[in-house]
Design a protein around this ligand. Structure first.
Ligand SMILES: [Zn+2]
Length: 329
């Protein structure tokens, strides 16, 4: 079994093979970045790293100053100590699971992932091999989190937009700038109604278009012309004046956390849409059962004991890799 070391903020180091995963330190010869969300991108902006081409584009657009070497899905990089292959993770465009094979055993690191995959991603695919060590994120790993189907959520999203437009209200969706925003646009484009997206998310949309994911009729947010359009913005911008001039608007909060209805009392929104870019608790347990690895290491979880209890019941050996859980992206 490969030795796994927690290494700083969200990083993982495999010291025997000189590999860092979402890693910012200096002890790895090769660093692989799972996806472009800020909590997985190295803080050290001078590093040289490997990532999928969409992830490389997002990192550059968001200001990463180091070298990003592209590694396509399914293309294997060979080093003197290991073979490394990316597999699609279904989380956001370009998101990858990293599969490491070595004389010490193999390891699959999920990064953030979703199965069934987001429709605005390359899908979800597993290596065709028996896994020794499975490092999995577990952001929504409590049995209160069971997602609706993609079709049900898409219906809720389109209905919220079209009904409010019919009633003369401007629909506003709150979502992260990278991933969730574009997934919403991918779903909403079927309505053939103009959309405006917050500037920080707008600049990332072209990467989706370049990789074959058309996002419909959209432009960057413009306060003077936004009324009557479908609007998409991070929720933080609503507090700082986004569309504050539009009196008749209704707001939908789009997040896996929306499934926890106690959140409703904390938010002043009109609709909760529990669409997540992570897998739910039941998919996680099911996947562990299907893979049946020698060991599952759990990260990013509200409570590792819950997942570990269920894995114990299935006879699957597991441990908690203590990375800091964050309530974002
Ligand atoms: Zn993420």
């Amino acid at each position: 079994m490969l030795k796994v070391v927690k290494a700083g903020y969200h990083g993982i180091l495999l010291p025997e093979v000189g590999i860092g995963l979402d890693y910012s330190g200096s002890k790895a010869e090769y660093i692989f970045i799972s996806h472009a969300h800020a909590d997985h991108v190295p803080k050290n902006r001078k590093l040289s790293v490997y990532a999928t081409p969409p992830t490389a584009s997002f990192m550059k657009l968001r200001g990463f100053g180091g070298e990003v070497k592209p590694l396509e899905f399914g293309q294997t990089l060979k080093t003197d100590k290991a073979r490394i292959t990316f597999y699609p993770a279904g989380h956001i465009l370009g998101s990858a699971m990293t599969f490491v094979e070595s004389e010490f055993g193999n390891l699959l690191y999920t990064g953030d992932y979703r199965t069934p995959p987001s429709p605005a991603t390359e899908g979800f695919e597993l290596p065709d091999a028996k896994i020794d060590t499975f490092i999995t994120e577990a952001t929504f790993s409590l049995p209160i989190y069971k997602w609706k189907t993609e079709e049900e959520l898409a219906q809720q999203i389109r209905t919220f937009a079209s009904q409010n437009l019919e009633e003369g209200f401007t629909p506003v969706f709150t979502a992260y700038n990278l991933g969730k925003a574009q997934e919403l646009m991918f779903i909403l484009k079927e309505l053939n109604h103009p959309m405006q997206i917050h500037g920080a998310g707008f600049k990332l949309c072209k990467v989706y278009e370049e990789h074959g994911f058309p996002l419909g009729d959209y432009e960057t947010y413009n306060r003077d012309t936004c009324e009557g359009k479908i609007l998409i913005t991070p929720s933080s911008a609503l507090g700082t004046g986004f569309a504050s001039n539009v009196k008749k608007k209704r707001v939908a909060y789009c997040s896996g956390w929306a499934a926890n209805e106690s959140r409703q009392t904390q938010l002043t929104v009109d609709e909760l849409i529990p669409i997540s870019d992570h897998l739910d608790f039941f998919e996680l347990i099911d996947l562990c059962q299907r893979l049946n690895p020698k060991k599952v290491l759990i990260t990013h979880t509200p409570n590792p004991k819950v997942v570990q209890h269920y894995l114990d019941e299935l006879g699957i050996n597991s441990g908690f890799l203590d990375l800091e859980a964050v309530d974002n992206e």
